[in-house]
Design a protein around this ligand. Sequence first.
Ligand SMILES: Cc1ncc(C[n+]2csc(CCOP(=O)(O)OP(=O)(O)O)c2C)c(N)n1
Ligand SMILES: [Mg+2]
Length: 329
Amino acid sequence: MTFDVENRNDNLEAYRKLLLIRCFEETLEALFAEGKIPGFVHTYIGEEAIAVGVCSNLRTDDYITSTHRGHGHAIAKGIDLNGLMAEVFGKATGICKGRGGSMHVADFSKGILGANGIVAAGTVIAAGAGLSIRRRQTDQVVTCFFGDGGINKGTVHEAMNFCSVKKLPVVFVCENNQYAQFTSRERTTSVSDLSARGVAHGIPAVTVDGNNLIEVIGETGNAIDKARAGLGPTLVVAETYRFGGHYVGDPQAYRSPEEVGDRRLKDPIPMYEAYLESQGLVDSGYFEKEKEAVQELVAAAVSYAETSEYPNPESATDYVFADSMQDHQ
Ligand SMILES: Cc1ncc(C[n+]2csc(CCOP(=O)(O)OP(=O)(O)O)c2C)c(N)n1
Ligand SMILES: [Mg+2]
């Protein structure tokens, strides 16, 4: 799909995606507190406009690589909600048959090459996917999401350099949510303007307000069009803030409630609601109805997950080797 700013359906579809991510993750927070979800859960609440904005410009056969904070990326790229929820629960009906859990969700049929517990590892996977696109001579694009902490990793620079030298169709999207785990960006990163990191590799870079959906769509749309036209990579730095802790349950001693409160004033969802109203694209009561509809979809996904079985322990080694992966292609 390519987003048309003036098309009502495109706008309303993007709005629904924002709500789906928010509702999915607020539900996960509650389920985690009830002890129903194994492992760690990292939420994307507050950053939704980045994934939705980027993926609004992508086709199903385009690729994304993701992070440990990946539910939003997967939902924005069109993953099946029931399959995602069941995966987070570790159930056999999950999109990865319960093998991956929250941090390793993938669906190749939708171009979702995988969430990843290794910080910024998606950048090198994206470089490989970009090379594969070049070799196959298709006009696909790969977009990789990674964080402000990730941008300090050596492999990110190897990936950027490689993609720049080979002019691969890769768009790097750095989600600058100001923190890496429990440490603020100022304390870990030598530059305050992260776009400098792209410039260092000869990659054009642009900084966007990651909470402003329309701005994200516009700037990433340009970068994706350029990549598709064979003009090489772009680094998009999306300025944002995570409203929740690093993980659900994080006591957040490293930042003040006042700081979080200030940043919550720039919530991407009410910002986009104001835009939709200003453009005359919605009738009164539309937002409330959509929120109810989305809550029903998420509740249905929860009951699908809760009533599904866990994988049989005897099947633990299935899908480990390539020849047993055929039904997952
Ligand atoms: C290679 C590697 N180093 C360290 C970690 C531990 N770790 C998990 S998340 C994280 C911070 C990542 O910060 P950022 O890239 O800004 O992403 P965010 O969590 O803010 O979305 C770290 C250091 C890891 N998972 N992988
Ligand atoms: Mg971060």
